[in-house]
Write a protein that binds this ligand. Structure first.
Ligand SMILES: Cc1cc2nc3c(=O)[nH]c(=O)nc-3n(C[C@H](O)[C@H](O)[C@H](O)COP(=O)(O)OP(=O)(O)OC[C@H]3O[C@@H](n4cnc5c(N)ncnc54)[C@H](O)[C@@H]3O)c2cc1C
Length: 445
């Protein structure tokens, strides 16, 4: 980070130093809060647990309601980050401790080694070609494969490979240096060690986001038992032109195009046994994906959506719902009691509250739309700071109106750490967090 004391006054830089602020979580909300603060002359440490920024959006293909490519959103943000002098990002980190100080906080951060120098790596892929270890890529249904040294995400930032120590033969005690020998840029360092870093911060923004609910817990839907029952996130990877099938929807069992697909909404959400809350993005995600399948294959593929009720309340969401309905999707007002497999087909029985008839569907592919919960790492962060994680697994905000604030002085919330949101709402929430933190810093100057 530049040591230059700079601030921002509209487009004019002025002499001023504020901060630093630590933003925990490098999804779109964490990035947006960091960029907003940086433009106001605040120094920011943006810390991400994974080897790449981007969070959930890096796994998406297109986004509702506009169907713009998710990569466009991320590329714009990454471009700004590249030219931002005030944001220092660190990926692959773990927060070991957070201590309250008179002036704010001191964080003890463990930076795990990447073993690849991001300044030298050009993502040419020669190391991955040479690597002998291959395994399934995350959310890609066993179709997409990766190597022990590979790109960490479909849309990585920093744009550099990383070694997965858990899979790499060298780190499992074998004599392997295949990647080091293959790299034309001398970017790989197998001797890199973990680093412990101490960071002082005047304020903390928690942008730890959300995760899909572990839907195998809803036993009656057969996820994990039947190959052709998949999640919405897995379907995103199939629909992505840069994904494992080049954008073709196939069913995992025989890798053929399905003739019929059923979406099941509210899998694990609005359910007393699991998550009681509405995930707020499920209806629109299902409509988006169902519409994309119709756009790709038309009448060749029958598409059903089994729903509790459709919640399309965001801007342009109702319009998108109407467009999707007009594309030939069959809407069934009911959630199946069970998914069963019989002779290579999946059967679902749904009582349709619209027609008051019991429907029996036989389909090739079932897509579950799981509920969402807060980050599985939120609780440990909350405990370090004395912030409650609510029963719904999201951080407790100060109150209903002040959803960016917490009861702990100097700690703020950005994006889905405060509850499930779509992209537009996450960005607005992230901007609000930046403004409130700026105000907080100015008062304490
Ligand atoms: C299948 C699916 C489809 C979707 N489709 C759409 C769509 O079409 N349109 C739309 O508007 N929205 C869509 N969404 C919602 C969208 O993904 C979210 O709005 C967005 O991801 C929220 O961003 P975020 O930064 O708040 O959280 P996340 O994306 O969850 O990012 C949080 C980041 O914090 C990191 N983190 C967590 N804990 C820690 C820790 N302790 N330390 C450091 N880092 C940590 C995580 O690794 C992650 O990178 C979809 C979501 C899913 C799951």
């Amino acid at each position: 980070m530049s040591n230059r004391a700079i601030g921002y006054d509209g487009q004019r830089q002025i002499g001023m130093v504020i901060g630093p602020v630590v933003v925990l979580g490098g999804g779109i909300a964490g990035i947006e809060s960091s960029l907003c603060l940086s433009k106001q002359g605040v120094r920011v440490y943006l810390l991400e647990r994974r080897p790449s920024l981007g969070g959930n959006v890096s796994f998406l293909s297109k986004v509702f309601p506009t169907l713009d490519p998710a990569s466009d959103i991320l590329e714009g943000m990454f471009k700004e980050l590249r030219s931002s002098e005030n944001v220092q990002m660190m990926t692959n980190v773990e927060i070991k401790a957070i201590e309250r100080k008179e002036e704010g906080f001191e964080l003890e951060v463990l930076k795990r080694p990447r073993h690849v120098d991001p300044n030298k790596c050009t993502s040419c892929g020669k190391c991955a070609e040479a690597c002998p270890v291959e395994y399934d890529r995350e959310h890609e249904l066993g179709i997409g494969k990766r190597k022990a040294i590979d790109s960490p995400s479909p849309k990585p930032f920093p744009e550099a490979f990383v070694i997965d120590e858990g899979a790499c033969l060298h780190f499992r005690g074998e004599e392997c240096r295949a990647c080091v020998e293959a790299c034309p840029n001398d970017a790989i360092n197998l001797d890199e060690r973990p680093e412990e870093i101490r960071i002082q911060a005047k304020a903390l923004i928690l942008a730890t986001g959300m995760e899909l609910f572990e839907v195998s817990r809803v036993k009656e839907f057969g996820y994990g038992r039947y190959k052709d029952v998949i999640t919405s996130l897995e379907l995103e990877r199939l629909l992505d032109p840069r994904g494992p099938t080049g954008g073709e929807v196939i069913r995992p069992s025989d890798r053929k195009r399905p003739r019929s697909v059923a979406f099941v909404l509210c899998a694990g959400s609005r359910d007393r046994r699991f998550l009681r809350h509405c995930c707020r993005i499920g209806c629109m995600t299902a409509l988006k994906q169902a519409y994309e399948i119709k756009e790709l294959y038309g009448d060749e593929v029958e598409v059903y959506i089994c729903y509790n009720d459709i919640r399309a309340s965001g801007r342009m969401h109702e319009e998108f719902y109407q467009t999707a309905r007009g594309s030939g999707i069959v809407m069934l007002h009911g959630i199946p009691s069970e998914v069963r497999e019989k002779d290579g087909k999946l059967t679902l029985r749904v009582f349709d509250l619209g027609t008051w008839k019991l429907e029996e569907l036989e389909v090739d592919l079932v897509v579950l739309i799981p509920g969402v919960n807060g980050s599985s790492h939120a609780k440990e962060v909350g405990e370090k700071l004395g912030i409650l994680v609510e029963e719904d697994t999201f951080f407790s905000a100060l109150d209903q109106v002040r959803s960016n604030e917490t009861k702990v002085d100097g700690v703020f919330l950005s994006g889905c750490s405060a509850g499930p949101m779509d992209i537009a709402s996450s960005i607005s929430h992230a901007r609000a967090a930046a403004l409130i933190v700026l105000n907080y810093l100015m008062k304490r100057k």
